[in-house]
Design a protein around this ligand. Structure first.
Ligand SMILES: [Mg+2]
Length: 266
């Protein structure tokens, strides 16, 4: 990874979309920072499309799409995308939703079995408290609250899910488990092309993605201008495809550094 300060003027000038993970990319210790939230506004005011791409629930995405300076939000690791559409004249914007065709409701017996095995193998593991707001995935909390379990436990839980025939990704706080073949990347690409006419290949360098953890790896691998915040180093060895750039600062301050660098070099 190169320092974000090494991004060239041409690279920054070509950016049309900034996509970002939320937990430990915009937040620090669970809180959205003033620096990172202000950075979202600055990007939007510069005409760049701002699109969070998160493992967080549908219920949170409703709020994000309506309330944040965002042009859309991909949630539940790619199961859904929500966005607002202006209705013209004096009409209020309308919230639109699209669900991945492969998304399966989270009452599936494979998810129930995975949860049972994971909770019996790790008695201090728990279902994430935002589970009630989820439509498609099961989130097991290993690090959002205490007791924090080691990353090796999160990897083992992921492996149990894969053995059971589910999909699973480890974020900085949860193991997300779902049925259906999709991820953050497939839904993000679909949304970029359907909503904004983005072209895969020719448009690859129009997209900056910023993230921090193993569930961001498909995005890191796909976009040549992908960036990480400095706390990505916690997952050394767990991420095979690191992004091109890394911020010097951690979490939301790292995201603000990435956004400000892009804006300053344009
Ligand atoms: Mg994260």
């Amino acid at each position: 990874m190169k320092a974000i300060s090494e991004m060239t003027h041409d690279e920054a000038a070509g950016v049309r979309f900034v996509l970002m993970d939320i937990d430990d990319t915009l937040t620090r210790e669970g809180k959205l920072l003033a620096s990172s939230y202000a950075a979202l506004w600055k990007l939007k005011e510069a005409g760049i499309k701002v699109i969070p791409v998160t493992g967080r629930p549908a219920g949170w995405c409703d709020l994000i799409a309506r309330e944040w300076p965002a042009d859309g939000v991909v949630g539940e690791n790619g199961a859904l995308v929500f966005w607002e559409e202006p209705q013209g004249g004096s009409k209020l914007p309308s919230l639109k939703a699209e669900y991945h065709p492969a998304a399966v409701k989270n009452d599936h017996p494979v998810l129930a079995r995975t949860k049972e095995r994971a909770l019996s193998e790790f008695p201090t593991l728990r279902v994430a408290k935002d589970q009630f707001a989820r439509l498609f995935d099961l989130a097991l909390d290993f690090a959002e609250e205490d007791p924090v379990l080691p990353l090796s436990a999160a990897e083992r839980i992921r492996d149990i899910a894969l053995e059971e025939g589910a999909m699973a990704k480890v974020s900085s706080i949860h193991v997300n488990i779902w049925m259906g073949k999709y991820d953050k990347l497939s839904m993000a690409e679909h949304f970029l092309s359907n909503r904004f006419g983005w072209k895969s290949g020719a448009g690859d360098r129009e997209v900056v993605f910023a993230g921090d953890s193993p569930n961001d790896e498909p995005m890191f691998a796909r976009f040549p201008l992908a960036c990480a915040v400095a706390n990505v180093c916690r997952y050394e060895g767990l991420i095979k495809q690191l992004p091109a750039f890394v911020a010097s600062k951690e979490c939301g301050d790292g995201f603000a550094e990435i956004a400000e660098t892009i804006l300053a070099k344009r």
